[in-house]
Write a protein that binds this ligand. Structure first.
Ligand SMILES: [Zn+2]
Length: 501
């Protein structure tokens, strides 16, 4: 009596509507195997079973199938029984691997299915098997095409993707308030010059996770980039064909937007976080940085201080670098770091100056300058964009409340849901209302960019401040203190010259 292995498999094709598969299918396949074993007088060593996988999709590894190949090669089993040959091999190369084993085996072997036996040790049997597998392969390709067509049709209708939720949403349709807020803040910061790496650092501190983040970890840098670029944010529906995804792993969905025949993007049926313009603006900024190579420098340990490269040595004109004072010294306690003309960068190497006092001086002068500019703006100047947005938000909240009431009236919201929604909206309304009155009453009425910069300066990161500085300042030239004018004394403004643009 030969000891053989049985094989059963559920493919995901069944989920797409032809109803052949599922748990039920596996039970039937198992029964077939045992019935066959009785007829063939074989002893079933075990039934190898792969669930929910498709032998047609190349990237999917079938664990039990692989185990069965090993057992077959090593003589643990002397044959395979299966309900149908297409359960086993949908790729011709899987069959060829199996044929190799049968050819090399110096022992009696069997290969049987309910549809007939294949003598894989004879050319005739191999020919039959190859024909069957080739046909099965064709059917699978057709099924995959059918699935692809269906998925594409769903995309064109703007239906949400199935499966895991996207970062920013609780499910396929509803926004997750906290994640959406993180995205909105990140967008604003990035437009003002913040790097994605900095956003990633901040999110790491907040222990932010994406639906794909492994347990115990926080979101990775590339995921931050990915969730910020997601077209879904503004309602655009992307569709990446399966074969493209399998070929290249993570694909940029920005390049795979589904369009209507008139070339406009299909809008998805879910709550949006950005408007299309807001999203596009962010993508443009991110793409522009990618092209200038200005993103994250991997492995870079150089700290960019506020005036690195902007401050220059008066003697040789070289852009200054920064360094840390030696721990424990008075200078270290008092200032921490200094700027200096670095020989390794081609400078003269004979100038250095404590960092913070120079920075304070430059910031004070720059802000003073901006204030002057803000005052020159006519009072009829356009409204602060933040105020405009807050006002629009208020209107939106009003509309949302009306909608919630209507939904309640139509009995589409339970009382509990309605109460939660209304109290959430009222809280938002209160906050936004406060923001509107604060912004309207701001001492600097002019909504010019200058006024905004002054107001927000304290919250800017070094990156953002640098961007603002280089908009108006060409260079900050640091002059040597001269003989005897030891730099351990007071800060001397006369040794700093600001060159405006
Ligand atoms: Zn120098």
């Amino acid at each position: 009596m030969l000891t053989v292995g049985g094989y059963a498999r559920v493919s995901d094709i069944g989920q797409m509507g032809d109803g052949r598969d599922g748990r039920e299918g596996v039970m039937r396949q198992r029964e077939d195997v045992h019935a066959l074993a009785k007829v063939k007088r074989c002893d079933v060593h075990r039934v190898y079973e792969d669930n929910d996988t498709s032998a047609y999709r190349r990237r999917v590894k079938r664990r039990d199938f692989e185990a069965m190949m090993i057992d077959l090669a090593s003589g643990v089993i002397n044959g395979i029984l299966a309900s149908n040959i297409d359960r086993l091999f949908r790729q011709p190369r899987d069959l060829e691997r199996c044929i190799d084993i049968y050819e090399q085996a110096r022992r009696p072997m069997i290969f049987a299915t309910t549809a007939g036996d294949f003598d894989l040790t004879s050319p005739e049997g191999r020919f039959q098997a190859r024909i069957h597998v080739t046909i099965a392969n064709k059917f699978s390709a057709d099924a995959a095409r059918r699935v692809a067509r269906q998925k594409r049709a769903e995309a064109v209708q703007g239906m949400p993707h199935k499966g895991q939720r996207a970062f920013g949403w609780k499910d396929a349709e509803h926004v997750d308030d906290r994640e959406a807020e993180l995205l909105r803040i990140a967008r604003k910061d990035i437009l003002q010059g913040k790097k994605v790496a900095t956003v990633h650092e901040e999110w790491t501190k907040l222990r932010v996770r994406s639906p794909q983040t492994p347990p115990g970890k926080t979101i990775g840098y590339s995921s931050v980039r990915y969730v910020l670029r997601n077209p879904r944010l503004c309602g655009y529906r992307a569709y990446i064909p399966q074969e493209v995804r399998e070929r290249s792993g993570r694909v940029d969905p920005v390049e795979w937007l589904v369009e209507r025949t008139d070339g406009t993007p299909v809008m998805g049926q879910w709550e949006k976080i950005f408007t299309p313009d807001e999203w596009r603006e962010l993508i443009d900024v991110l793409d522009a940085r990618k092209n200038t190579g200005k993103g994250r420098k991997i492995g870079s340990t150089v700290i960019k201080r506020l005036l690195t490269g902007i401050a220059r040595c008066a003697k040789c004109g070289n852009g200054l670098s920064s360094g840390m004072y030696t721990r424990g010294t008075t200078s270290y306690e008092k200032y921490g770091y200094y700027y200096y003309c670095r020989r390794a960068d081609g400078g003269c190497g004979s100038l250095s100056r404590s960092g913070p006092p120079v920075e304070d001086h430059v910031e004070k002068i720059l802000l003073g300058n901006l204030k002057k500019r803000a005052r020159q703006v006519k009072p009829t100047a356009e409204e602060d964009p933040e105020l405009t947005k807050a006002k629009a938000d208020l209107k939106q909240i009003e509309a949302d409340k009306a909608e919630a009431r209507q939904l309640r009236a139509d009995d589409k919201l339970s009382l509990a849901e309605f109460a939660r929604e209304i109290s959430r909206l009222e809280r938002k309304e209160r906050e936004t209302g406060e923001k509107v009155s604060a912004l309207s009453a701001a001492p600097v009425r002019a909504g010019s960019a200058a006024a905004r910069i002054i107001r927000e300066w304290g919250r800017y990161t070094v990156d953002v401040k640098r961007e603002e500085i280089v908009k108006s300042i060409e260079a900050v030239v640091i002059k040597p203190a001269g003989k005897g004018g030891a730099q351990n004394g007071e800060f001397r403004a006369d040794l700093v010259e600001i060159v405006w643009k």
